[in-house]
Design a protein around this ligand. Sequence first.
Ligand code: APR
Length: 190
Amino acid sequence: MREVGRRRVGEAEIVLQEGDLTLSDADAIVNAANSGLLGGGGVDGAIHRRGGPAILEECRRLRASDWPDGLPAGEVAVTSGGLLSARWVVHAVGPVYGSTRDHAALLASCHRRALAVAREKGLASIAFPAISTGVYRYPLDEAAEVAIGATVDELRRDPGRLREVRFVLFDARAAEAFATALRAIPASGA
Ligand code: APR
């Protein structure tokens, strides 16, 4: 992982890295899942490939129990990390850009709910991909602003035991979009 940005927010730091999320050693990684929760392409496919069948088994059980009609956009569901370094995978369903007027609120919700899971589990670190910016066509600069903004807001409100919130970006264009959004955050207390 190549670090491309870092910003202190209260007790914690937001860290930007360029690389493969499935290799992250964060306590939890966040999956850009779909409402079916049974795998797919992009980072979802990469997580299931490297994480192994246990993750899919747990997703199937979540569908059969808590989410029989699928996971709505903006919501999250948690499984173990299977064979990944990360102990947990927080599966978040991002909005398809333009599918609803409140795609920004739904994207923000993915981050707020994933951070709430990290707080509940007392995690020190969690790593996000650029949710919705691939197949779901969310423009990178808009998504970066929403993701960073929601994360800063949550960390200022209650970081729990979080010390690092990482964004692992798959290419230079995404890394640049998130670095720009991070630089635009006013100094704390503003
Ligand atoms: N590590 C980090 N980021 C990755 C990785 C990876 N291994 N693979 C892809 N990405 C990046 C993409 O470049 C994009 O910036 O993750 C971001 C999100 O893209 P998608 O994975 O396509 O996710 P999303 O746009 O939220 O669409 C979700 O796509 O893959 C399917 O099953 C998934 O149906 C769901 C939909």
